[in-house]
Ligand binder design. Structure first.
Ligand code: NAI
Length: 286
């Protein structure tokens, strides 16, 4: 039987989530997607209208199929957590079952089990503010959307994950080195995500034989990255300074994620894998 993957954090064909879905699909996995509720309509209608058809093409010429798109807001664990104003919001009221717990229940009802869980989402409302100017609310929102969201996803999906399953998330080197401009508590959120990768690797490994790894990816001009405002500079910096002076493609990160999710990586868990043209290894810029 082929593997089944749930990828949380796809809302267009530009980000890492989409590329990971494609690499997994190319390797024969069935693809389920979790899309942020406010982005759901446009993503689904674009899919339906064929707007992504060019980027759905797999190496064998066939088109990637997405078996189902689930609405998801990973900052809410269950319906009791959703504030009234969000419930009443038109974009949210139009969908249902989008808390993490409900999404996992829906996947269980529709498909029974999954083998691969991918977390490719982050949000920091104050990302463009330096940490010193970040509010408590903004900091906690960054950690909630970008770090706890992974704990919550794993907690709710692990009961439906087959033993031998694997999870992958995306992190950024700002967790461990100073990257001015990656503010709002996002650097803190990525540090939490990386630390949690280790603790969760232990807990999920012992209890469910599930592996937990994260990819520290180099810069990509995704929608989320453009919102931060310094992505072009980071891409140029990498081109100039990384050991491999080439563009970093989303596909390269997708392939690394497919490797980590596959039996080829069956002894790898709790790891941070750099997929960044080697930039992390540099000590000075030359
Ligand atoms: P993206 O914009 O393609 O993906 C982020 C996704 O998160 C979007 O689809 C957005 O709708 C979703 N999202 C935001 N809040 C959400 C919530 N509360 N519930 C559910 N979904 C939510 O951008 P990208 O850059 O591909 O991001 C994917 C991951 O890669 C993130 O964790 C990001 O931090 C990480 N990353 C990105 C780098 C880059 O340069 N683009 C570098 C290193 C890591």
């Amino acid at each position: 039987r082929g593997k089944r993957a749930f990828i949380a954090g796809i809302a267009d064909d530009n980000g890492y989530g989409w590329a990971i879905a494609k690499s997994l699909a190319a390797a024969g996995a069935e693809i389920l997607v979790g899309t942020w509720v406010p982005a759901l309509n446009i993503f689904e209608s674009s899919l339906r209208r064929g707007k992504f058809d060019k980027s759905r093409v797999l190496p064998d010429g066939s088109l990637m199929e997405i078996s189902k798109v689930y609405p998801l807001d990973a900052v809410y664990d269950s319906p009791e957590d959703v504030p009234e104003d969000v419930k009443a919001n038109k974009r949210y009221a139009g969908s249902s079952n989008w808390t993490v717990k409900e999404a996992a229940e829906c996947v269980k009802q529709d498909f029974g089990t999954i083998d691969i869980l991918v977390h490719s989402l982050a949000n920091g409302p104050e990302v463009s503010k330096p940490l010193l100017e970040t509010s408590r609310k903004g900091y906690l929102a960054a950690v909630s959307a970008s770090s706890y969201s992974f704990v919550s996803l794993l907690k709710h999906f692990i009961p439906i994950m087959n033993p031998g399953g694997a999870t992958v998330s995306l992190t950024y080197i700002a967790s461990e080195r100073i990257i001015p401009g990656y503010g709002g508590g996002m650097s803190s959120a990525k540090a939490a995500l990386e630390s949690d990768t280790k603790v969760l690797a232990f807990e999920a490994g012992r209890k469910h034989k599930v592996r937990v790894n994260t990819i520290s990816a180099g810069p990509l001009g995704s929608r989320a990255a453009k919102a931060i405002g310094f992505i072009d500079m980071m891409i140029d910096y990498s081109l100039e300074n990384a050991p491999l002076q080439k563009e970093l493609t989303a596909e390269e990160v997708g392939n690394a994620a497919a490797f980590l999710a596959s039996p080829l990586a069956s002894a790898i868990t709790g790891a941070v894998l750099y997929v960044d043209n080697g930039l992390n290894a540099m000590g000075v810029s030359v």
